[in-house]
Design a protein around this ligand. Structure first.
Ligand code: PMP
Length: 380
C-alpha cells in the first residue's frame, strides 16, 4: 500500500510539473501570468518516507523551494505586486520597498526586474550572506541594518516604511507582515493546492498542518483554508528560540516586558533559524487558527537537517528543518496512522554561510553532527 501511494504521489508530481509547462494563464491563487512568473505556485507535494517510517504516520511536504525564486515568498511577492498594480499604485520606474529577512526580497527583486520597477530592500545583518548577494544580482538596492526590536526606528520594517515615506508617491511599501495580500496568496493558493494534492495523491484528508511563522501568512492562509474544509484538522505552530509566538499560543499573550527584563525571553535573533519567529502579533499571524504550539531548539533543527540529507538526499534550510521536527512531534501527539503535512520553505543552498556552516553552528554553542544521524533519537 505504501509503495503504491508513493508511486501515485510521484505520478501526481510529474503530471503537475508537465501541466505547468502548458499553462500560460490563470493559476489557482490569483496568478494570472505568462512566462517566468507563471511558474509560481503549483509546486509538488511529496512524502518524506524516512519520517513516515519513523513516526508510523504519513509525513507529506509541499516543496515550496521549487518555486522559481526558491521559496513560497514568490507567491506572496507576486500577489502583493498584482494587488498594487490593480490599485494603480505601480508604474514603470516606481520603487517597490520591503523589509525582509531575504526571501521576500529576492522574490520581489526578480518580479520588479521583469516589470520595470526599482526595488529597495531593507534587511537585518544576521541573515546568510548569500541572500544579500542574490538581491544585488537581481538589481535591488539593499540597505542592511542591525537587528533591532520592532519598537526601534532602525528595525528593518520601520526603516523600509520610512524610506517609502521619503519617496512619496514614487514608492510602495509592500508590508508583507501586515498586508492581507500575503494571507490571500496562501488562502487561495498554497492551502487549497495542498489539500487537493493530499486528497488526490493519497486518498485521505490531511489530519494536521505543521508550520513555523515568519509573517504568519502561510500559517493563517493554510489553517483557514483547511479548517473551512474540515474543522477537525489540527494546526501546529513551530516556534524557534527567542520568538514570542509559542508563549502567545500557550498563555494567550506575548512575552511581557517584565519577562524580558528577567531574561525569561531570549532575543528572537538568538536562533540560527532564518525567516521565522516574531516578537509581535502581525495582522497575518492574528488570522491563523492554531491548536497547539511547539518550541523547537536549534540543535534539533540542525540534527534534523543532517538526518534528512542522509535519509532522503534532501538539502534543506533552517526553517524547513524546524518544521520537520514539528511534524515528528505532531505525529507523536496524534498517534500512528495520521497524515501530517508541512512546507519545505527553502533549500540549504540559501544557508551555506550560516546554518550549513560548521564554524557558525559551533560558534552558536551547538554540536555539528560528526556523522549524520541515522534515526530520530536526537529528538527530545
Ligand atoms: N521560511 C523562510 C525561509 C522564510 O523566509 C519565511 C518567511 N519569512 C518563512 C519560512 C515563514 O513564512 P511566513 O512568512 O508565511 O510565516
Amino acid at each position: 500500500v505504501a509503495a503504491s501511494a508513493t508511486t501515485a504521489a510521484i505520478l501526481l508530481m510529474f503530471s503537475q510539473r508537465r501541466s505547468k509547462s502548458k499553462r500560460t494563464l490563470e493559476n489557482k491563487g490569483g496568478n494570472r501570468e505568462s512566462g517566468y512568473a507563471a511558474l509560481i505556485g503549483n509546486t509538488p507535494l511529496i512524502e518524506l518516507t524516512s519520517l513516515s517510517r519513523a513516526t508510523e504516520c504519513r509525513v507529506l511536504a509541499k516543496v515550496e523551494y521549487l518555486n522559481p525564486g526558491g521559496t513560497s515568498k514568490d507567491r506572496v511577492a507576486l500577489r502583493m505586486i498584482q494587488e498594487a498594480e490593480k490599485a494603480g499604485l505601480l508604474h514603470p520606474g516606481s520603487t517597490v520597498i520591503e523589509g525582509t529577512s531575504g526571501s521576500t526580497g529576492i522574490a520581489l527583486a526578480s518580479l520588479c526586474r521583469a516589470r520595470g520597477y526599482r526595488c529597495l530592500i531593507v534587511m537585518p545583518d544576521d541573515q546568510a550572506a548569500e541572500k544579500a548577494h542574490l538581491l544585488k544580482q537581481f538589481g535591488a538596492e539593499v540597505e542592511i541594518v542591525k537587528p533591532a526590536s520592532i519598537a526601534n526606528p532602525n528595525h528593518y520594517c520601520n526603516r523600509a516604511r520610512a524610506r517609502a515615506e521619503e519617496l512619496g508617491d514614487e514608492a510602495v511599501y509592500m508590508d508583507q507582515f501586515e498586508t492581507m495580500a500575503n494571507f490571500r496568496a496562501h488562502y487561495e493558493g498554497t492551502g487549497p493546492e495542498m489539500w487537493e494534492q493530499v486528497m488526490a495523491g493519497y486518498g485521505a484528508r490531511p489530519d494536521a498542518f505543521v508550520m513555523s511563522a515568519g509573517t504568519g501568512g502561510t500559517l493563517a492562509g493554510v489553517s483557514r483554508a483547511w479548517k473551512e474544509r474540515e474543522e477537525k484538522v489540527q494546526v501546529f505552530l513551530v516556534d524557534p528560540p527567542g520568538s514570542s509566538l509559542y508563549h502567545k499560543v500557550k498563555h494567550g499573550v506575548c512575552y511581557s516586558t517584565a519577562q524580558r527584563e528577567r531574561g525569561v525571553r531570549r532575543h528572537r535573533y538568538d536562533s540560527l533559524a532564518e525567516g521565522i519567529g516574531l516578537d509581535r502579533l502581525t495582522a497575518n499571524f492574528r488570522k491563523a487558527r492554531i491548536d497547539e504550539a511547539f518550541h523547537v531548539p536549534d540543535q534539533e533543527a540542525v540534527d534534523m537537517a543532517h538526518f534528512l540529507l542522509q535519509a532522503e538526499g534532501m538539502f534543506v534550510g533552517s526553517s524547513t528543518a524546524m518544521n520537520l521536527v514539528g511534524c515528528v512531534r505532531a505525529a507523536r501527539v496524534l498517534g500512528p496512522g495520521h497524515t501530517v503535512v508541512t512546507v519545505l520553505c527553502d533549500s540549504g543552498q540559501r544557508h551555506l554561510t550560516r546554518f550549513w556552516n560548521r564554524r557558525v553552528v559551533e560558534g552558536a554553542g551547538l554540536i555539528w553532527p560528526e556523522t549524520p544521524p541515522v534515526n530520530l533519537n536526537f529528538l527530545q
